[in-house]
Design a protein around this ligand. Structure first.
Ligand code: SME
Length: 152
């Protein structure tokens, strides 16, 4: 299996001494540019006071710079300690609208075992944008970032 080019880029930058913040930015921009269906791509970090705080992102600015655990799709993923793939946000009761154009959303946790550090949140204007291949690609980046968070 060939290495994911984004992971290879992240590895090379890490070896060259890139900062933690820079690596997060590269992960977000690399994912965002990897798929035309990704209209908003960002990282929310879980802070020690149990609130998700918006980190680097690409796409339209959002009002949701902090999200409580249990709130919206992002906060629910943390509360239920699971990834969430929503093919149609219009049928989700607790969805926090970032853009009226958003139709589907994917949240993949950045975690090592029980420890949740952050999450990758991606919105698409298309319904059911996140197929198996897209989810696997985002998961690989989340797993790489989890190791980065752990070693920070
Ligand atoms: N839709 C998310 C909020 C974040 S914005 O989409 C960027 C939610 O329901 O938690």
């Amino acid at each position: 299996m060939t290495l994911d080019p984004l992971i290879a880029d992240l590895e090379a930058r890490r070896r060259a001494g890139a900062s933690f913040e820079k690596l997060l930015e590269v992960a977000v921009s690399g994912l965002h540019e990897s798929d035309p269906r990704f209209d908003w791509t960002g990282i929310y970090e879980l802070s020690s006071d149990n609130v998700l705080r918006l980190g680097p992102f690409l796409g339209a600015p959002t009002d949701h710079v902090t999200i409580g655990v249990g709130k919206g799709v992002c906060g629910t993923a943390v509360a239920e300690r699971r990834n969430i793939n929503i093919p149609d946000v219009r049928v989700v009761g607790n969805y926090l609208a970032c853009s009226m154009e958003t139709r589907s959303e994917l949240v993949i946790l950045i975690r090592r075992g029980e420890r949740i550090y952050a999450q990758i949140d991606i919105d698409s204007h298309r319904a059911a944008a996140f197929d198996e291949e897209a989810v696997a690609r985002v998961q690989r980046v989340a797993d790489w970032l989890a190791e980065l968070y752990e070693s920070r």
